[in-house]
Ligand binder design. Structure first.
Ligand code: IPE
Ligand code: IPE
Ligand code: MG
Length: 228
C-alpha cells in the first residue's frame, strides 16, 4: 500500500486532436468526446471516497497559439459544458472551481464560471477544478507579485503556497494521457512530490476502468518524500 492516501488527483488531458485525426474527423470532435470523458471521470471521483480534489488541465496559457477557430470552439464548449453539468454537480455533490487567469475570457463565460462556482460551493463529495488559461509559471509569478503588493520583503514557502490560486493539498498523483511525457507548465509548485503516471491512451479513449488500474498502481508505490 502506498503510504499516503490519494486525496488530490491531477490530469493532463491530452490527445483529443490525434484521436480525431485517426478517425478522419475534425479536431473539435476529439474535444467533444474529451468533454464526455471529464464527466465520467468526475462522477467516478465523486464516488471514490479518498479523492477530495480532481484537477483537470483544460486550457493552458500556451494554448492561445492554436488557430482562433479551435480556441473559439473550446470556449463555447466550456460554456455549454458548465451549463449542462450543473444538475450533475448538484446531484453528485461536486463543487466546481476554476484556476487560471479568467480575465482573458469573454464576460459571459467569466460570469458562467463564477455562477457555477457560487452555486456548487457547498457540495462536499469532490472538488472538480478546471485549469483554464492556466500556467504554473504564471500562477507562481502572480502569487509572488501579490505578496510583494502586500508589503512582504522575504518570502517563505508557506507564504507562496498560501498565495497560490490553489488553496488545497499537494498533488498525490498526476496522470498524463496520449503518451507525451512532460508537464507542459501544469501545476509546477504543487507537483513537486507527486507520483507521475503516463499512459499512451488518448484522452477521448480514457475510461474509469483504466483509472481504477492506475489507482491500484499508485497504491502499490512507496512515497518517500526524501526519507528512507
Ligand atoms: C488536449 O488535446 C486538449 C487541449 C489541450 C485543449 P490536444 O488538443 O492537445 O490533442 P493533441 O495533443 O493535438 O492530440
Ligand atoms: C497540455 O497539452 C495542455 C492541456 C492539456 C490543456 P498540450 O497539447 O497543449 O501540450 P504540449 O504542447 O503537447 O506540451
Ligand atoms: Mg496536445
Amino acid at each position: 500500500m502506498s503510504n499516503t492516501p490519494l486525496r488530490h488527483l491531477a490530469i493532463i488531458m491530452d490527445g483529443n486532436g490525434r484521436w480525431a485525426a485517426q478517425r478522419g474527423l475534425k479536431r473539435t470532435k476529439g474535444h467533444e468526446k474529451g468533454a464526455e470523458v471529464i464527466r465520467d471521470i468526475t462522477a467516478y471521483c465523486a464516488k471514490h471516497s479518498t479523492i477530495e480534489t480532481a484537477t483537470f488541465y483544460a486550457f493552458s496559457t500556451e494554448n492561445w497559439k492554436r488557430p482562433k477557430i479551435e480556441i473559439d470552439f473550446l470556449m463555447k464548449m466550456l460554456d455549454r459544458y458548465l451549463m449542462e453539468e450543473l444538475p450533475s454537480y448538484q446531484e453528485q455533490g461536486v463543487a466546481f472551481r476554476a484556476i487560471g487567469d479568467l480575465n482573458a475570457f469573454s464576460k459571459s463565460l467569466q460570469q458562467r464560471i463564477l455562477d457555477t462556482q457560487e452555486q456548487t460551493k457547498n457540495n462536499t463529495n469532490l472538488m472538480q477544478i478546471l485549469a483554464l488559461n492556466y500556467g504554473g509559471r504564471a500562477e507562481i509569478t502572480a502569487a509572488v507579485n501579490k505578496l510583494i503588493q502586500d508589503g512582504k520583503k522575504m518570502l517563505t514557502q508557506e507564504d507562496i503556497s498560501s498565495a497560490l490560486q490553489t488553496p488545497y493539498a499537494d498533488i498525490d498523483l498526476l496522470i498524463r494521457t496520449s503518451g507525451e511525457q512532460r508537464i507542459s507548465n501544469f501545476l509546477l509548485w504543487q507537483a513537486s512530490y507527486s507520483e507521475f503516471y503516463f499512459t499512451p491512451t488518448l484522452w477521448p479513449d480514457f475510461t474509469t476502468s483504466e483509472l481504477e488500474k492506475i489507482l491500484l498502481n499508485y497504491h502499490q508505490r512507496t512515497r518517500r518524500f526524501g526519507g528512507i
